[in-house]
Design a protein around this ligand. Structure first.
Ligand SMILES: [Zn+2]
Length: 71
């Protein structure tokens, strides 16, 4: 992995999802969206995970229950 010498002209491979020019911040994808698409594809092919991964012991976020101590 030696891709250092870039004198201003940074060449990135096109986004593997939509073939648009990739961005440095989201490479090798053109955007966060394409990165997410690729990630979900990858995960979907290996693990069948739910859309919303559970947070660490924070399940109240997903099932809001009526609070009696609501001042
Ligand atoms: Zn893209």
């Amino acid at each position: 992995m030696t891709e250092a010498k870039t004198d201003g002209a940074i060449k990135l491979a096109p986004c593997p999802i939509c073939n648009k020019p990739a961005q440095l911040t989201t490479r090798p994808f053109c955007s966060k969206r394409c990165a997410d698409i690729d990630l979900s594809r990858w995960l979907g092919g290996v693990y069948a995970i739910p859309a919303a991964p559970p947070m660490e012991g924070d399940e109240d976020e997903f099932m809001p229950a009526p609070r009696s101590e609501d001042a």
